[in-house]
Design a protein around this ligand. Structure first.
Ligand code: UDP
Ligand code: MG
Length: 321
């Protein structure tokens, strides 16, 4: 792609319990762009149904700077759905997606753009070489990436997240992916094009704490891997595995009892153990099938990815897509 002397860059940042970060996020983006003469930006802040005062903060900021655009979702749809809302409304030549909590540093935006220009890339992902996240989170994320790499044909760099810059052409392609189970980074990689990587410094959270508890992270990973969610069906898996585990312990007990005390009916132990164990496994695998059926169910409903309550500073007021 030919160097663009005056690119217009859309920055999309979903916010959920991030209100205390927004003023600082805006300040640092403005100062990062001061070093990119000729370039212009729009900052699209998507309030993902935050229970805190994120939207009020966005309204205040949008009044003081018309480059700040706000999208208020009707409820919490999840980070990746919120990103989609922002990306659907972005009209820049390039689109940057980043976290609002300043873990993705605004100072890296000019570097991402330069890398795209210098390497003729359509997308450049930031590599968080030293992640500023709890050890447990980093380990889980590694395990998740390993699984995803094994299960999918996409080669995924474990250090990347959503922080990236993508050309309008890539964004146009990405917008065509309308499935309800979504991950921005994985979706962009699926689109193909020329992908570059840039090692960046990862920041500590500016304020507040991560909205991803251990449970939520595991849940999100399961969602991405099977691309689905359906609680009762997941419960079937849990019940199945619990039964098998109990049968396993019970089996051990029966075997020991068989060895040390005489048991009147021969063959009884193995029959009982296998009935329980296999029943558990059958339930577990039915649950796994159910997970995929649940995914099909979610997708055939064809519901919108998000619902918008209000937008701010866009040329025309846009309703939910
Ligand atoms: N986020 C969101 N919706 C959610 C949870 C998180 O839009 O339901 C946003 C959040 O505001 C932040 C980004 O996603 O900009 C990453 O969230 P967080 O910092 O909590 O996650 P972590 O950095 O620990 O992965
Ligand atoms: Mg964070």
């Amino acid at each position: 792609m030919a160097p663009h002397p005056s690119p217009r860059i859309s920055i999309v940042a979903p916010t959920y319990r991030c209100s205390t970060c927004l003023v600082e996020l805006h300040r640092r983006i403005v100062s990062a762009f001061a070093g990119m003469p000729g370039s212009d930006f729009e900052l699209i802040l998507v309030n993902d149904g935050s229970p805190e005062d994120d939207w009020q903060r966005i309204e205040e900021l949008a009044t003081s700077d018309s480059r700040i655009k706000g999208i208020n979702l009707s409820r919490n749809f999840g980070q990746h759905h919120a990103i989609s809302a922002g990306v659907d409304h972005a009209d820049g030549d390039w689109v940057v997606v980043m976290d609002a909590d300043l873990q993705d540093r605004p100072e890296e935006i000019p570097r991402l753009y330069e890398k795209a220009m210098a390497g003729d890339f359509d997308v450049v992902f930031a590599q968080r070489v030293f992640r500023q996240d709890p050890v447990m989170k980093v380990l889980l994320s590694r395990a998740f990436n390993l699984l995803i790499n094994t299960l999918s044909s996409l080669p995924i760099d474990p250090t990347i997240g959503n922080f990236s810059i993508a050309s309008r052409q890539v964004i146009t392609a990405y917008r065509k992916l309308r499935e309800s189970s979504r991950s921005y980074g994985l979706g962009i990689l699926w689109c193909g094009f020329r992908v570059g990587y840039l090692p960046v410094e990862h920041g500590a959270r500016f304020a507040g704490r991560s909205s991803y508890s251990l449970g939520r992270s595991i849940h999100l990973a399961l969602e991405s891997i099977t691309s689905l969610s359906n609680k009762p069906l997941r419960m079937a898996i849990n019940v199945g595995f619990s039964i098998s585990f109990t049968a396993f312990l019970y089996g051990l007990y029966l075997i020991l009892r068989y060895l040390f005390h005489a048991v009147p009916v021969p063959g009884w132990t193995s029959t009982v153990v296998s009935v329980y164990f296999l029943s558990g496994m059958i339930l577990a695998f039915m649950g796994i099938l159910g997970l995929y059926l649940g995914k099909v169910f979610d997708e055939v409903k064809g519901r919108p990815l998000y619902i918008i309550r209000k937008t701010l500073n866009f040329d025309q007021e846009q309703d939910g897509v």
